[in-house]
Design a protein around this ligand. Structure first.
Ligand SMILES: *[C@@H]1O[C@H](CO)[C@@H](O)[C@H](O)[C@H]1NC(C)=O
Length: 124
């Protein structure tokens, strides 16, 4: 993930230059189709699918629709993603927003799903 370093530095510089409230540090993800972003989205869906108090939810990531990132220090990043998620039982697709925290390329740091919420049904 060395190639992401200049981007991260640029984001940090931007944050320093515009300390404009908590939300100002989120930077839009230019390409939500990259493997890393898809992996983060998949992680969120897998954790969410197994986090319910009842049975496993039959959910599958269709696509990462968009998102933002926010550096939180020590190379750790928050990914706030909008996900199109398929219910493989019913075949219906819905939109979810999640926030995942992790450090790309690090095995020492555990990835965490910090929040996830249903946004709306999507007709497919
Ligand atoms: C949703 O899952 C069902 C069952 O696996 C599959 O037939 C359908 O193609 C999936 N839809 C999308 C949009 O991935």
């Amino acid at each position: 993930m060395r190639s992401l370093l200049p981007l991260l530095v640029a984001a940090l510089v931007a944050v320093t230059a515009f300390p404009d409230g908590a939300d100002a540090v989120w930077t839009p993800i230019a390409n939500p189709g990259t493997l890393l972003v898809k992996q983060v989205g998949n992680f969120a869906v897998i954790v969410y699918s197994n986090a319910g108090p009842r049975k496993h939810r039959p959910l599958q990531l269709v696509a990462v629709v968009g998102g933002d990132t926010q550096p939180v220090g020590n190379g750790v990043t928050d990914y706030r993603l909008v996900l199109a998620v398929n219910n493989t039982d019913t075949g219906s697709t819905a939109m979810y927003q999640c926030v995942v925290r992790g450090k790309p390329g690090s095995r020492a740091t555990t990835w965490v799903l910090r929040s996830s919420r249903y946004i709306r049904r999507r007709h497919s």
